[in-house]
Design a binder for this molecule. Sequence first.
Ligand code: FMN
Length: 220
Amino acid sequence: MNYLAFNGSPRKGWNTETVLKYSMEGAASQGFHTELIHLYDYDYKGCRSCFACKLKDGKSYGRCAIKDDLTAILNKIETADAIVIGSPIYFGDVTGAVRAFMERLLFPYLVYDNMYSTLFPKKLPVGLIYTMNVTQEKLEAVGYKQQVTRMEQIFERILGPSKSLYITDTYQFANYSHYVVTSFNEEKKAKRKKEEFPKDCQKAFDLGVSLAVQTHTVNP
Ligand SMILES: Cc1cc2nc3c(=O)[nH]c(=O)nc-3n(C[C@H](O)[C@H](O)[C@H](O)COP(=O)(O)O)c2cc1C
């Protein structure tokens, strides 16, 4: 059983990667083999709207025709048993790398029929983890949750049962005093990092467990 984790942050070792690794530990506790893929290590762009994936009798029907660093990763996802995608929130949405990844991954499987059905060959449990600066209280007020809930619905429709986890009020700089930042209080951020972030990591671990467990029930 394979669990693939995608880091959609350009920063290695920071919030997004940290929580992804906890989710991987959760999946590993259920006997899964886990792998972390840093999207920013790969050279690729988003969908080019060539529609080769929708061409009648086309050789790329249902597949992305673009050949680049993402090709092998997209193939690998078909052999995975669960995946998790982690993204920082940039201007209220996922990072550009995640957006481009999502377009390339999902659009080829989407059929333009009345049902908008899917060509993905099985049900794949999907975890979506978002890390961000805003507090839990502001998460809904600023509209991020509504925005990324749409992502969850698209993943659910095309790949399989999808769950989101929101990690708020993250610690952003190794040393706040080196940067021009007056909108955040370093002490408050440090307190949250110490007291609440470990709980976020536990939630990510639990997400990994639940995705792994779900694998056994979605494809009977
Ligand atoms: C270009 C950019 C845009 C950002 N936009 C937002 C935003 O709109 N809302 C927010 O809450 N945080 C925003 N952030 C903060 C990051 O989402 C947050 O620090 C995140 O946890 C970083 O993840 P990382 O530590 O894995 O890199 C932004 C950061 C950057 C660099």
